[in-house]
Design a protein around this ligand. Structure first.
Ligand SMILES: [Zn+2]
Ligand SMILES: [Zn+2]
Length: 272
């Protein structure tokens, strides 16, 4: 059986009773191959569902996306935050589309032995929880999996304990405006309200209420941070989050920072 979608062809491997998708187009690294819907939430977790959060799993729509098989050397990534299937390498016409199952799955209900034949094949695939951090580091992961594995919410690809945590706990100072910005994003993600107040410049701090910051921090689910431009005193960024009704929101801001008495402070923000 050969079936077609707008970007890929569905092939059947009859001997294995398995299907796969082959690209019909040339994609460059970073291109969006397709978007997908998350309207269907599943109570039951299967090898076809994709994990969004602790107890949230979705089936893929369009359904043929489920034929994208696992590889330890994948060429695509299901970005569950933006709901796009993204090329993480250049993809040639006719090439099989693959993704790394543990990039979205913490513990898989049906572990399997991988025969992807790539040099770095991990063998048994059981979910991200069973993979060493040094190996996980090499893969693009969903923000949920990255957090669960101990990576910093700020997206630095470093462990939280080596990145923003020492700053939030007052053991280390932010050396640059960007470092402070990143640590403040992480503080929102873990609801470290005191740190957010302490790192706000004194003139702005007067207008801030602990309760309001706490509410804003807790009612949203912080997905990821994208630093767009970084200068000595300012940082432009996008913070992706789900609001209290689980709607995707993007907070786009240019923040300005002030250096005083050896510390950086957030002094103003311009919403873009
Ligand atoms: Zn493999
Ligand atoms: Zn960080």
């Amino acid at each position: 059986m050969n079936n077609s979608t707008d970007f890929a062809e569905i092939n059947e491997i009859i001997d294995l009773d398995q299907k796969l998708l082959r690209s019909k187009k040339y994609f460059k690294k970073g291109d969006i191959l397709s978007s997908f819907a998350k309207s269907i939430r599943c109570k039951e977790v299967t090898y076809l569902t994709i994990q969004l959060f602790e107890n949230e799993h979705i089936s893929l729509r369009p359904e043929y996306l489920q034929y994208i098989n696992h590889s330890c050397n994948p060429n695509s990534f299901f970005d569950v935050d933006s709901l796009n299937l993204i090329a993480i390498k250049d993809i040639k016409i006719g090439e099989e589309l693959t993704f790394f199952y543990p990039s979205t799955e913490w513990e898989m209900v049906q572990p399997f032995d991988c025969f992807c034949k790539s040099e770095n094949c991990l063998g048994r695939i059981e979910g991200a929880s069973k993979i060493k951090i040094d190996i996980l580091k090499k893969y693009q992961l969903s923000s949920f999996i990255a957090r669960k594995a101990g990576f910093c919410p700020c997206g630095s690809n470093d462990l939280f304990s080596n990145c923003c945590q020492p700053k939030i706990e007052g053991k280390q100072k932010a050396n640059t405006a960007e470092e402070l910005m990143r640590s403040r994003y992480s503080a929102y993600a873990i609801s470290a309200i005191d740190y957010l107040i302490e790192t706000t410049y004194k003139t702005l701090r007067i207008d801030q209420s602990y309760k309001e910051i706490e509410q804003w921090s807790k009612e949203n689910r912080w997905q990821k941070l994208e630093v767009l431009k970084s200068f000595e005193n300012s940082v432009e960024f996008k913070a992706y989050f789900l609001d209290d009704s689980k709607k995707q929101q993007i907070h786009h801001e240019k923040s300005t920072f002030t250096f005083e008495n050896g510390s950086w402070f957030y002094s103003s923000g311009e919403f873009m």
